[in-house]
Design a protein around this ligand. Structure first.
Ligand SMILES: CC(C)(COP(=O)(O)OP(=O)(O)OC[C@H]1O[C@@H](n2cnc3c(N)ncnc32)[C@H](O)[C@@H]1OP(=O)(O)O)[C@@H](O)C(=O)NCCC(=O)NCCSC(=O)CCC(=O)O
Length: 335
């Protein structure tokens, strides 16, 4: 059975493997053992409740309970923008008109903003390629909303996700090459790495201070503003099915979209039921549900056949074992 569980320092080797597989441009999964090691320490401290919301960053691993293989990762940052600014471009519409000439034009501009201070961010969603298309990605993605639902007060009222922008298979990023690189004369990978590992002062120093008129940009750059990387389409579909929508912000380096949803309107947060586990030898039910513990500190989630019967969640011993719970434990179930 596939289980989603908290990541800790012992996962370094697995996380590094996933970071290498995720390739360049995946900002939150750099191929850097020191950075990932720090992140795993932060994860363990976050699940243990030792970090406040300004620093808590919960990393989850997808583990095959039968083989012990680690097949994917996902995460929730309790807040963004409190310790370091969270920059984006806002796509702003400006209408100008001249009644005497009978001219009316709509100009779109990109404006540097820092709007999402204090919001929660879901991210780092990555699944090994041979695991895709079988529902594991959905389990991994939704488990983060089960975590948020287990203790909503640890998270912000608004939740966002940043999707990767468009790159061609040979690594060419039209928005970076035609626009961002003019302001940040460095390699994309260096800018990306510095975004994750510095206080972002370089962005404040170098980023455009004036609106950029989109009509004046080369067509290849215009065409990708707010567009998702081809490999990010399944991630976008998963977010949309939870209620996330583009909020008009795009990434300042690759112009990938930001999507957002009110925490309590995220479908899995809203619809999960809090039930009491009842462990039974056999459970007759057709479709599997998403089931998790109701605890951040002891968080675990699986997709399994569970019979919802009034306030009870009837489950077999293997499901309870995967969740590491006993009969009578409180669980969350999303059918
Ligand atoms: C994102 C995941 C983990 C998703 O896993 P899977 O690929 O197994 O997902 P899936 O079950 O095949 O697809 C998920 C849903 O997307 C739909 N779907 C798939 N391809 C589609 C397409 N081309 N057009 C429209 N919809 C599509 C499927 O029908 C399915 O919905 P139904 O179930 O309804 O049929 C994976 O694709 C992955 O590791 N991708 C590479 C890394 C990546 O780009 N990660 C996102 C980075 S961005 C990020 O991390 C922020 C976002 C976030 O954290 O959520």
């Amino acid at each position: 059975m596939l289980v989603v569980r908290p990541a800790g320092p012992a996962d370094l080797h697995h996380l590094l493997e996933l970071a290498i597989l995720s390739g360049p441009g995946f900002t939150s999964l750099p191929e850097d053992a020191d950075v990932l090691s720090d992140r795993l320490e932060v994860s363990a401290a976050s699940f243990a409740g030792r970090l406040g919301p300004e620093a808590a960053w919960y990393t989850l691993m997808l583990e095959d309970g039968d083989t012990g293989d680690i097949d994917g990762v996902g995460s929730v940052k309790a807040t963004v923008g409190l310790n370091r600014p969270f920059f984006s471009f806002r796509v702003v519409n400006n209408t100008v008109q001249s009644p005497s000439l009978n001219v009316k034009l709509n100009h779109q501009t990109l404006v540097l903003v820092n709007e999402c201070t204090g919001w929660t961010e879901v991210g780092s969603l990555f699944l090994k390629a041979d695991r895709r298309k079988g529902g594991a990605g959905r389990l991994l993605s939704q488990s983060r909303y089960m975590l948020i639902g287990a203790q909503p007060d640890l998270f912000a009222d608004n939740v966002l996700a940043e999707l990767r922008g468009v790159f061609t298979p040979d690594g060419y990023c039209p928005f970076w090459d035609h626009v961002a690189h003019k302001f940040f004369p460095m390699d994309f990978d260096d800018a990306d790495r510095m975004t994750g590992s510095t206080d972002k002062q370089f962005i404040l120093d170098l980023a455009p201070r004036h609106p950029i008129y989109i009509d004046l940009l080369p067509e290849p750059a215009r065409a990708v503003i707010g567009k998702v990387h081809p490999q990010g389409v399944p991630a976008m579909a998963l977010l949309e099915s939870e209620g996330f929508r583009p909020n008009g912000l795009v990434d300042i380096f690759d112009a990938g979209p930001t999507v957002a949803c009110g925490r309590d309107n995220i479908r899995t947060v809203r619809d999960a039921r809090v039930l009491t586990a009842r462990i039974e030898k056999e459970v007759e039910v057709d479709l599997p549900s998403l089931v998790s513990t109701d605890s951040v500190a002891a968080f675990r989630a699986v997709r399994a056949r569970v019979l919802v019967d009034g306030d009870l969640a009837r489950m077999t011993p293997d499901v309870a074992a995967a969740l590491k719970i006993k009969d009578g434990a409180v669980v969350r179930v999303k059918s």
